[in-house]
Structures are given as C-alpha cells and as structure tokens.
Design a protein around this ligand. Structure first.
Ligand code: SR1
Ligand code: MG
Length: 418
C-alpha cells in the first residue's frame, strides 16, 4: 500500500484556513471569512494531527493522518489510508450507536483529512480519571456502546453480503493490525527494541518474560485476535478514546478498526479502567474515587450483558442462530446466548490482561502512570496492574463474575497478594 499520494500535504495552523476555506460543508459551519478562523493543533495522541478550528459561528475538529507514527517520528512510516478506515468506522458506529460518535462534515481521502463534530466542553476520559472526577452514566453509556457496536457489526445482525464486504474492506488495514498484534501480544514478552518500562520494575519484568504460562496464553490470545473476524471492533477502545463531561460520554478515534473477536474492545476498555484504578495513589489518595472506578467497571460489564441480551432476543437478523431454526426452542436460544456471553467474558479478561501488561512494558504507555513523577510510587502502581494483568491472562477461564475480578483488584491494591 502506498504511504501517501504526491499531492498530500500536512496541514498547519497557518495553511488550514486557506485549504479548507473552499469546502462548502465547512464554511456552512464556520463561515466563509477564513480571516476569523482560529486554529489550534491539539493532537496529543500517538499518530495524527488534530486541530480545533473555531470562528464566531461555530467550531469543528480537523483530524489529519501523518505518513508516519507521530510518537516515534518519520523512521516509522504508516499509510494515510487509516483515515479512510476511520471514516468508514465512524459512519457504521453512528448507525449502530446513534449520537455517541462525532458527526462527519467532510472527508478528503487523498489528504487523509476528516472534519468532524467538536465535542465541547468534553475532555478525554483519562484526564477526568486523573482529576478524580466522576461522570454520571459513564458505565451505562460505555456498556451500551460496546453491546450495540459489537452485536450490530456481526453475523448476529448483519446481512451476510454486507458483513463480508465490510470484513474485506477493513482487512486491508494491515499496518495498523500489525501494530496491535506486535505491540500488544508479542513485544511485552521479550526485550523488543521499542519497549520501555519504569526501572523499578526490572525484577518483575524479568520474571514475566521468563513466565512460560503467561507467554503461551498471551499468544493464544494473539491467535484469537488474528483469526476471529467476529465483528467490527473499534480496535483501540481505551480511556483516551472516550470524551466526557460530568454527564455525557462520547467515543472517538476508531482508526484501528478491524474485524476481530468481540471480547477485544470489552477487554481493552476494562483493562484501562483497572490500570486507572491502580494509578490513583499517584493522583491523590481517594478511596471513594477508587471505589467509583470499580463500580463503573461493573456497570460497563453489566450494561453490556443486558443490552447484548436484549439485542439477541429482539434483533437477530443475521445468519447466526436464526429464529426459524430455534422455533419453539426459546430455552435453547437462551442457552446459546449464555454460551456466547461466557466466551466474550473469558476473552475480555484475557485481552484486559494483555492490555495492562503492554501499556506498562511495550511502546505506548498510559498518562495515568506516566504522569506520576515519583518513580517508586509509579513502579508500585504499575506493578499492581502487571499482577492483575498476568493473573487474568493465565486464569481467564476460571473467573466467575465481575465482582470477583474487582475484589481481586482491591486485594492487589492493598498489597495483600504479594
Ligand atoms: C504506534 S501506535 C501505539 C499505540 O497508540 C495507539 O493509540 C494504539 O493504542 C497503538 O497500539
Ligand atoms: Mg487513538
């Protein structure tokens, strides 16, 4: 895949007004007088340019892919086509979870630009979690988003031709798939070039890399991730891909979209919440707030189960578990639903575990830990995440319910398990 066309040019705050000032969909929102537009580059993610563009009339987000990984620099090239995949993911998510993702105003494939809705006064959930501020309805919103997007993007719901078309569309996102496969499932388990970790973790890291059970199970999860085109995933569903106010939740940034196993998005999100839980001592001791994080985790999972079950009972229009096949066998359908949910649960715990390990040992870490200046305290918070992560990867088939995992997190947090 070509990385970029010859006409591609990255935007700057100076060039943006002139370049987008001729796009009707944008001038309708901001006005034609580009002299009144104010542009700020606010991208703090790992890959792209992100601008907030405001005028007296309105505000939009302009996201542009760079032909390389921003976090690393131009030594790591990355195709612009990821903007095309993100655009197609956003369209589908908007249909499946209305009102939860940004509306798209304009897409320019050659320039890898998406102009979209600016969520304000929303902030990135990670920052909210570090500020120890609550969000009303957070668990319910995230659980609903997961259930709706995972169910409605799968063979449980979609017309078979459309679903196969989408599998083919997104399978081309080879480079981003490769990032996930490598950074999450392989790099943390050996001394890979791009890895880094807090020095105080050295003995634990050595132990984990020598842990054959862990390595084998992490690789079973990699096989599951690579070989199961079950549904359209967000693909990078961490707390940096969620924007919130005190009572509203939105989801952004699905550029890592791919067809994969349902448990992946669920697990990645839960893993990020557990890491945020362990990182709290680095942001001011607040046992109530930690308890709220665990409650939110339980709400995410319980809402996911309820909404997924509702869709199962009322919206199975795909090729799986057809109504006609189970006519007069409602119990059988409930049995099958239970089996599916158990499989998602087990996978989700495993994926949560590898996410917790990779965000501590591999290339891209999380702000909740990185912002803890005291290295000893940071290592302690990270070590707790590693302990839960390792446990979940290896024991994912033996965990009863979400409260059992939250209880274990609490024990680990008290230092009661080491
Ligand atoms: C090279 S990209 C590193 C990470 O940043 C993205 O947000 C994904 O999580 C990816 O794994
Ligand atoms: Mg992102």
């Amino acid at each position: 895949m070509a990385l970029k066309s010859d006409n591609y040019r990255p935007l700057t705050v100076e060039s943006l007004p002139e370049r987008l000032g001729k796009v009707d969909a944008i001038t309708t929102l901001l006005g034609v007088d580009t002299g009144t537009w104010d542009c700020k580059e606010v991208g703090d993610g790992n890959l792209n340019l992100v601008f907030i563009v405001t005028s007296g009339r309105g505000a939009i987000i302009v996201k542009q892919a760079l032909p390389y990984v921003r976090l690393v620099g131009d030594s790591w090239p990355l195709p612009l086509k990821r903007a095309f995949f993100e655009y197609h993911a956003l369209i589908r998510q908007a249909e499946r979870a209305p009102g939860m993702v940004p509306e798209i105003y304009h897409f320019d494939e050659e320039q890898a630009i998406i102009a979209m809705e600016f969520f304000t006064p929303h902030i990135i959930l990670r920052h909210k979690l570090m500020a120890q501020e609550r969000v009303k309805g957070l668990g319910e919103a995230l659980g609903t988003f997961l259930a709706r997007t995972l169910f409605l993007g799968s063979d449980l719901s979609m017309d078979t031709a459309k679903r196969k078309h989408d599998v083919a569309l997104f399978v081309e996102s080879v480079e981003l798939n490769d990032i996930t496969e490598t950074l999450i499932f392989s790099d943390p388990y050996f001394d890979a070039e791009r890895n880094h970790h807090t020095p105080g973790l050295d003995p634990i890291v050595a132990r984990l890399r020598a842990d054959v059970d862990l390595k084998v199970e992490a690789h079973h999860l990699k096989a599951k991730f690579a070989n199961n085109a079950e549904t359209m995933l967000h693909g990078d569903f961490h707390t940096g891909s969620v924007m919130v106010t005190e009572n509203d939740t939105k989801i952004i940034d699905p550029e890592f979209v791919l067809y994969g196993p349902m448990g992946f998005d669920v697990g990645m999100l839960l893993g990020n919440f557990w890491m945020a839980y362990f990182a709290q001592p680095g942001h001011g001791n607040n046992a109530d707030y930690q308890a709220w994080i665990l409650e939110t985790i339980a709400r995410i999972w319980n809402t996911f189960v309820a909404e997924f079950s509702h869709l199962w009972r009322t919206g199975r229009t795909g090729i799986l578990y057809e109504e006609a096949l189970f006519k007069d066998q409602q119990l059988g359908l409930e049995q099958a639903l239970g089996h599916r949910l158990c499989a998602i649960w087990e996978d989700a715990l495993g994926f949560a575990g590898v996410e917790m390990i990779r965000r501590t040992l591999s290339l891209a870490h999380i702000a909740e830990n990185d912002m803890i200046e005291d290295e000893v305290l940071r290592a302690q918070c990270e070590a707790r995440g590693l302990e839960l992560g390792r446990f979940l990867v290896v024991n994912r088939a033996r965990m009863g319910d979400i409260s059992q995992v939250n209880d274990l997190a609490q024990q680990i947090n008290k230092g009661a398990t080491s």
